[in-house]
Design a protein. Sequence first.
Length: 178
Amino acid sequence: MVEAADPKKLAYVASAQDRDHGCCIVWAETRGKAKALAASELDVAFDEIDSLRRERRLDDFTGDLVQWQLDEGWSFPCGFCERSCYGGSSLRVVDQMYCDQDHADKEAERDKKYQLEHAERETKAEELKRRAAALRPGSTVHGAYWNEHGGVIDITLPSGRHVTTNIQWLESEEGQSA
Ligand SMILES: [Zn+2]
Protein backbone atom coordinates (compact mmCIF):
# COMPACT_ATOMS: atom_id res chain seq x y z
CA MET A 1 0.00 0.00 0.00
CA VAL A 2 1.29 3.40 -0.90
CA GLU A 3 -0.10 6.64 0.39
CA ALA A 4 -1.25 9.21 -2.11
CA ALA A 5 1.16 12.03 -2.71
CA ASP A 6 0.77 14.97 -0.34
CA PRO A 7 2.31 18.34 -1.23
CA LYS A 8 3.97 18.63 2.20
CA LYS A 9 5.50 15.18 1.97
CA LEU A 10 8.68 14.19 0.18
CA ALA A 11 9.31 10.95 -1.62
CA TYR A 12 11.95 8.44 -0.56
CA VAL A 13 13.03 5.09 -1.90
CA ALA A 14 13.93 2.78 0.96
CA SER A 15 15.47 -0.64 1.01
CA ALA A 16 16.18 -3.24 3.64
CA GLN A 17 19.24 -5.45 3.87
CA ASP A 18 17.13 -8.50 3.75
CA ARG A 19 16.70 -9.02 0.03
CA ASP A 20 13.45 -10.86 0.54
CA HIS A 21 11.92 -7.70 1.84
CA GLY A 22 13.14 -5.54 -1.02
CA CYS A 23 12.45 -1.89 -1.65
CA CYS A 24 9.57 0.46 -1.26
CA ILE A 25 8.58 4.04 -1.90
CA VAL A 26 7.23 6.21 0.91
CA TRP A 27 6.16 9.83 1.33
CA ALA A 28 6.91 11.62 4.57
CA GLU A 29 7.67 15.05 6.05
CA THR A 30 11.01 13.97 7.52
CA ARG A 31 13.65 11.31 6.92
CA GLY A 32 12.89 9.78 10.31
CA LYS A 33 9.23 9.39 9.49
CA ALA A 34 10.11 8.03 6.06
CA LYS A 35 12.35 5.41 7.62
CA ALA A 36 9.68 4.39 10.12
CA LEU A 37 7.07 4.15 7.37
CA ALA A 38 9.39 2.10 5.19
CA ALA A 39 10.15 -0.28 8.06
CA SER A 40 6.45 -0.83 8.55
CA GLU A 41 5.84 -1.19 4.81
CA LEU A 42 8.63 -3.75 4.38
CA ASP A 43 7.83 -5.42 7.68
CA VAL A 44 11.35 -5.07 9.11
CA ALA A 45 12.84 -3.34 12.18
CA PHE A 46 13.67 0.38 11.96
CA ASP A 47 17.42 -0.35 11.94
CA GLU A 48 17.10 -2.80 9.11
CA ILE A 49 16.35 -0.02 6.66
CA ASP A 50 19.84 0.40 5.29
CA SER A 51 19.18 2.78 2.45
CA LEU A 52 16.88 5.78 2.28
CA ARG A 53 17.21 7.86 -0.84
CA ARG A 54 15.29 10.99 -1.76
CA GLU A 55 13.40 10.59 -5.02
CA ARG A 56 12.45 14.12 -6.13
CA ARG A 57 10.70 12.89 -9.28
CA LEU A 58 8.05 11.29 -7.10
CA ASP A 59 7.35 14.20 -4.75
CA ASP A 60 4.17 15.21 -6.57
CA PHE A 61 3.55 11.90 -8.22
CA THR A 62 -0.07 10.94 -8.77
CA GLY A 63 0.06 8.49 -11.68
CA ASP A 64 0.57 4.76 -11.96
CA LEU A 65 3.31 4.02 -9.48
CA VAL A 66 3.78 0.40 -10.45
CA GLN A 67 4.27 1.41 -14.07
CA TRP A 68 6.77 4.06 -12.97
CA GLN A 69 8.67 1.44 -10.98
CA LEU A 70 8.68 -1.02 -13.88
CA ASP A 71 9.92 1.71 -16.23
CA GLU A 72 12.73 2.38 -13.73
CA GLY A 73 13.75 -1.28 -13.84
CA TRP A 74 12.19 -2.42 -10.57
CA SER A 75 11.06 -6.00 -10.31
CA PHE A 76 8.16 -7.56 -8.44
CA PRO A 77 7.75 -11.18 -7.41
CA CYS A 78 5.45 -13.29 -9.55
CA GLY A 79 2.17 -13.93 -7.72
CA PHE A 80 2.47 -17.61 -8.51
CA CYS A 81 6.16 -18.64 -8.41
CA GLU A 82 7.74 -15.54 -6.82
CA ARG A 83 10.35 -15.23 -9.54
CA SER A 84 11.33 -11.61 -10.20
CA CYS A 85 9.20 -10.02 -12.89
CA TYR A 86 10.34 -6.95 -14.76
CA GLY A 87 8.37 -4.87 -17.22
CA GLY A 88 8.29 -6.10 -20.80
CA SER A 89 7.39 -9.74 -21.07
CA SER A 90 5.79 -10.00 -17.62
CA LEU A 91 2.08 -9.71 -17.15
CA ARG A 92 0.48 -7.24 -14.80
CA VAL A 93 -2.97 -7.86 -13.30
CA VAL A 94 -4.00 -4.78 -11.32
CA ASP A 95 -0.95 -4.37 -9.03
CA GLN A 96 0.19 -7.97 -9.11
CA MET A 97 2.88 -9.14 -11.52
CA TYR A 98 3.11 -12.60 -13.09
CA CYS A 99 5.75 -14.25 -15.28
CA ASP A 100 3.10 -14.79 -17.94
CA GLN A 101 -0.56 -15.59 -18.53
CA ASP A 102 0.02 -19.20 -17.52
CA HIS A 103 1.20 -18.21 -14.04
CA ALA A 104 -1.64 -15.69 -13.68
CA ASP A 105 -4.12 -18.48 -14.53
CA LYS A 106 -2.44 -20.94 -12.16
CA GLU A 107 -2.55 -18.42 -9.33
CA ALA A 108 -6.23 -17.71 -9.98
CA GLU A 109 -6.90 -21.46 -9.90
CA ARG A 110 -4.90 -21.91 -6.69
CA ASP A 111 -6.78 -19.04 -5.11
CA LYS A 112 -10.13 -20.48 -6.14
CA LYS A 113 -9.19 -23.91 -4.81
CA TYR A 114 -8.08 -22.38 -1.52
CA GLN A 115 -11.36 -20.48 -1.18
CA LEU A 116 -13.37 -23.63 -1.89
CA GLU A 117 -11.40 -25.62 0.67
CA HIS A 118 -11.83 -22.85 3.17
CA ALA A 119 -15.60 -22.73 2.61
CA GLU A 120 -15.75 -26.52 2.92
CA ARG A 121 -13.88 -26.44 6.23
CA GLU A 122 -16.23 -23.74 7.51
CA THR A 123 -19.30 -25.78 6.55
CA LYS A 124 -17.90 -28.90 8.23
CA ALA A 125 -17.07 -26.93 11.36
CA GLU A 126 -20.61 -25.56 11.52
CA GLU A 127 -21.98 -29.10 11.20
CA LEU A 128 -19.71 -30.21 14.00
CA LYS A 129 -20.90 -27.39 16.24
CA ARG A 130 -24.53 -28.32 15.59
CA ARG A 131 -23.78 -31.98 16.32
CA ALA A 132 -22.04 -31.12 19.58
CA ALA A 133 -24.83 -28.80 20.68
CA ALA A 134 -27.41 -31.50 19.88
CA LEU A 135 -25.42 -34.17 21.77
CA ARG A 136 -25.17 -32.04 24.90
CA PRO A 137 -28.09 -29.64 25.14
CA GLY A 138 -27.35 -26.77 27.47
CA SER A 139 -23.68 -26.60 26.44
CA THR A 140 -21.92 -23.63 24.94
CA VAL A 141 -19.94 -24.51 21.85
CA HIS A 142 -17.07 -22.07 21.38
CA GLY A 143 -15.54 -23.50 18.26
CA ALA A 144 -14.96 -26.57 16.14
CA TYR A 145 -12.53 -27.76 13.50
CA TRP A 146 -11.37 -30.93 11.82
CA ASN A 147 -7.92 -32.47 12.02
CA GLU A 148 -6.48 -35.87 11.05
CA HIS A 149 -8.10 -37.49 14.10
CA GLY A 150 -11.56 -36.20 13.37
CA GLY A 151 -13.71 -33.39 14.62
CA VAL A 152 -12.48 -31.30 17.55
CA ILE A 153 -14.86 -29.28 19.70
CA ASP A 154 -14.17 -26.52 22.16
CA ILE A 155 -17.13 -26.68 24.48
CA THR A 156 -18.38 -25.72 27.93
CA LEU A 157 -20.58 -28.57 29.16
CA PRO A 158 -23.76 -27.96 31.15
CA SER A 159 -21.77 -28.87 34.28
CA GLY A 160 -19.58 -25.83 33.63
CA ARG A 161 -16.62 -28.00 32.63
CA HIS A 162 -14.69 -26.53 29.69
CA VAL A 163 -13.13 -29.14 27.39
CA THR A 164 -11.47 -29.29 24.01
CA THR A 165 -12.24 -32.77 22.83
CA ASN A 166 -13.11 -34.85 19.82
CA ILE A 167 -16.67 -35.56 18.84
CA GLN A 168 -16.26 -39.30 19.57
CA TRP A 169 -15.55 -38.57 23.22
CA LEU A 170 -18.63 -36.38 23.40
CA GLU A 171 -20.66 -39.26 21.94
CA SER A 172 -19.15 -41.79 24.36
CA GLU A 173 -20.66 -42.74 27.67
CA GLU A 174 -17.89 -40.95 29.52
CA GLY A 175 -18.52 -37.80 27.52
CA GLN A 176 -22.24 -38.04 27.99
CA SER A 177 -21.85 -38.13 31.77
CA ALA A 178 -19.11 -35.52 32.02
ZN1 LIG B 1 5.78 -17.04 -12.20
